[in-house]
Design a protein around this ligand. Structure first.
Ligand SMILES: [Zn+2]
Length: 431
């Protein structure tokens, strides 16, 4: 087991178990609550009295520190089971919610994650914002501290970026991200962050693309129509109570309010459909109504109870059909003015065009990579599969792979740059 060559500073903490008792198959990203340097993070983990550590830390200047070698288990996530299988990474962050990290930290985090995945045979990062999937690494191999302890960590900023982080890392790993959102520079109050979070959440639920777009159209039409402030407390600034806000949504003046709008859309949605809705639930849980993923999970639970709506969503033949199923079967008494109905269809179509059509029209460019073949009996085949003819034996050596494909006989096939044929990538190691 190796450590990252990207490390700029090493100070090994005594707070660890050596060696870890499980193979590395999980990533846990944390916020360190302070714009700290790698040296300061090292100071924090140095005394055994601290009782905590992390495999890596990223300082505010983007340098990377190592505090527990990858072969060892860090004390980071309040869960021995998690820390034994996870690489834990602390990121320099703001000291207050949403514990934002700067661009340098974000970039270093992506680089470090790509390196960790490549060295440890993690083929892609998977994120579904679903605590119930802890340990099911084939479905989700990223975990967060807040699932194991009563903590905000990694903070809403990084939490909401997990889908995007996975997409960016996977793109660098050469994994096609399908209908996943295109990578973009993270912005704390970005409209697209909210959209992507919702899109990624819904895409993992077994709905077809029309249904996902239809739901998104409903959410955004029903919310402030200006979904760009996921974190800002506009409500407070405007001296609005939840009830006043709800009334404003109902009487059509809600365009004025832009706070936390994607989440608020969900709140309105369930509030009006069930009378006792998401806001009340959030209050009872003591949870921040800004926590979009919590709201999404709750919404999903609600929506899943409407069998007829769900059946329609699973087979929806158009954005409009999905949108109408929600409108008539689930949302019922919500704002159904002509203006909102029009917006709903427009927004749904917009998301469909943006995330589905665009993704289908322009598949992510494949980045060629080098592999090393050590096996002496590997065959080059005419196509990606053992059902195609053998071209010749592939002598040990280094080869450039210019395309990947699924096919019988191997978990993945790679096309050789010589265009001579394809080899089973299970017998080639990325170098
Ligand atoms: Zn943490």
């Amino acid at each position: 087991m190796s450590n990252s060559a990207l490390v700029n500073y090493t100070r090994i903490s005594p707070n660890k178990n050596s060696p870890r008792n499980h193979a590395i198959d999980t990533i846990s990203i944390h916020c360190v609550v302070g714009q700290l340097s790698v040296e300061t993070i090292g100071n924090v983990f140095a005394p055994s009295s601290a009782g905590c550590s992390a495999n890596y830390g990223i300082g505010a200047d983007g340098r990377i520190g190592m505090y527990v070698e990858e072969k060892d288990r860090s004390w980071c996530t309040s869960s021995g089971a998690n820390d034994n299988r996870a690489i834990t990474i602390e990121c320099a962050s703001d000291t207050t919610s949403p514990y934002a990290v700067n661009d340098k930290v974000y970039k270093a985090l992506i680089n470090l994650l790509v390196d960790i995945c490549q060295r440890n045979g993690i083929k892609s990062l998977k994120w579904q914002a679903n605590k119930a999937l802890i340990g099911q690494v084939d479905k989700q191999n990223m975990t967060v501290h807040r699932w194991f302890a009563n903590k905000a960590c990694p903070g809403d900023y990084l939490y909401n970026l997990h889908g995007q982080i996975a997409a960016e890392v996977n793109k660098r790993l050469g994994v096609s991200s399908g209908a996943a959102a295109p990578a973009a520079k993270p912005q704390q109050t970005s409209k697209t962050t909210a959209e992507k979070t919702i899109w990624n959440f819904l895409s993992g639920k077994g709905l077809n693309d029309f249904a996902v777009a239809g739901i998104m159209g409903n959410l955004f039409a029903e919310s402030a129509l200006n979904p760009r402030n996921l974190q800002n407390s506009y409500e407070k600034k405007l001296n609005m109570t939840d009830d006043k806000y709800t009334a404003a949504v109902d009487n059509g003046t809600y365009n004025n309010f832009v706070r936390d709008s994607a989440g608020y859309g969900l709140a309105q949605w369930t509030y009006w459909s069930r009378k006792q809705g998401l806001l009340d639930h959030a209050r009872k849980q003591g949870a921040s109504i800004g926590d979009l993923n919590m709201q999404l999970s709750f919404l999903w639970k609600e929506l899943s109870g409407y069998t007829a709506v769900m059946n329609t969503l699973k087979t929806a033949a158009s954005v409009l059909a999905a949108s109408n199923a929600i409108l008539t079967g689930f949302e019922k008494p919500a704002d159904q003015s002509a203006a909102v109905q029009k917006k709903r269809a427009e927004y749904g179509q917009k998301y469909y065009d943006k995330y589905v059509k665009k993704a289908a029209a322009a598949p992510a460019a494949f980045t060629p990579y080098l592999v090393k073949v050590t096996a002496t009996d590997l065959r080059i085949r005419k196509g990606p599969g053992t059902n195609t003819s053998i071209v010749r034996y592939c002598p040990p050596g280094a080869y450039t792979i210019i395309a990947e494909s699924d096919g019988p006989g191997a978990s993945k096939w790679g096309q050789l740059k010589s265009k001579e044929g394809w080899i089973a990538l299970d017998y080639a190691k990325k170098i």
